[in-house]
Design a protein around this ligand. Structure first.
Ligand code: C2E
Ligand code: MG
Ligand code: MG
Ligand code: MG
Length: 277
């Protein structure tokens, strides 16, 4: 064994650790191939207003390998972030969404939708991020107000002055901002107040316990009140039941996303929904 280790310094003696490393390396190879060979897809999940009217969608990344089941982003986004692959992948997502928005631009219903794109901390921190966004929007000739970026609290925690500067430059282009998974991170309320946000998204973890779990109900109400006091739109994700929707509506949350209104699906599914509505 010592001889093996001498030949291959990447080898670990702990078999579980070794297996985890190999799995990660395989995932990384797979992701590179996915990007190069067009195995990534963008799905869209409807977002509706208090009347259930479609107002937009969240773009959610999917990886469909040719002869294996679809891989969910929870399994590969962390590896993409750790390896830096999230930067070209994130750029691909934005490009794909902008191409779709340009296709939808002249349609009476689809042209009014706003699409939310998840931006990872590493992608947001790239020095040329604003330039890339400007270039992509310009190349597709789309109206930037059709785009919203979802940032998690981990982005915001980075370097607040820099984050505010980058957000300001993007807002000047016309983009909107939402803070995703709100309540699961550690962002201080003092920082939150300084960010040019438009929307606050209640994490599905709190929505899940509504209406039976008293703590989740209390947290959801507090988040809604906080959002409104900062003059932000409040949207809830992971809304699955009419009881959840009713509770949220009663406490002033008037925008929803979740299986109750539609699962993430290909662009064609959202188009069908828009034509129906
Ligand atoms: P997220 O941004 O918080 O997205 C919401 C997740 O909840 C999605 O999981 C969605 O499919 C799922 N969901 C939607 N409605 C319901 C519901 O009613 N009940 C339940 N239980 N779940 C629901 P998904 O698509 O697996 O994405 C997971 C996470 O991966 C996202 O969480 C986001 O953080 C990340 N992600 C997805 N696409 C991208 C991307 O293009 N770039 C980056 N950086 N991250 C992405
Ligand atoms: Mg999101
Ligand atoms: Mg979320
Ligand atoms: Mg979430």
């Amino acid at each position: 064994q010592a001889k093996d280790a001498g030949r291959d310094t990447h080898r670990f003696y702990n078999p579980a650790m070794q297996a985890a490393m190999e799995q990660r390396a395989a995932l990384e190879d797979g992701l590179r191939r996915a990007l190069a060979q067009d195995e990534l897809r963008v799905h869209y999940q409807p977002q509706v207003d208090e009347h259930g009217v479609l107002m937009g969608a969240e773009a959610l990344l999917r990886w469909q390998p040719p002869d294996r089941p679809m891989v969910s982003p929870g399994a590969f986004i962390p590896v993409a972030e750790a390896t830096g692959l999230i930067v070209p992948i994130g750029h691909w997502v934005l490009d794909t969404v902008c191409a779709r928005l340009s296709e939808w631009a002249r349609h009476p219903t689809l042209g009014r939708l706003q699409v939310a794109v998840n931006i990872s901390a590493r992608q947001f921190r790239q020095p040329d991020f604003v330039d890339q966004v400007r270039e992509t929007i310009g190349r597709h000739g789309i109206d930037a107000t059709r785009l919203k970026f979802e940032l998690t609290e981990s982005v915001v925690l980075d370097d607040v002055d820099q984050v505010i500067h980058t957000m300001g430059a993007l807002k000047a282009l016309g983009l909107a901002f939402s803070i995703d998974d709100f309540g699961t991170g550690y962002s201080s309320l003092a920082y939150l107040k300084r960010l040019p946000l438009d929307q606050l998204k209640i994490d599905q973890g709190f929505v899940f316990g509504i209406p039976d779990d008293a703590d989740d109900c209390a947290i959801a109400r507090a988040v809604i009140a906080l959002g409104h006091s900062l003059r932000l739109q409040v949207i809830a994700e992971g809304v699955e039941t009419p009881a959840q929707r009713a509770f949220l509506a009663r406490h002033g949350c008037l925008a929803y996303q979740g299986y109750l209104f539609g699962a993430p699906g290909p662009a064609e599914a959202l188009e069908a929904l828009a034509y129906a509505g």
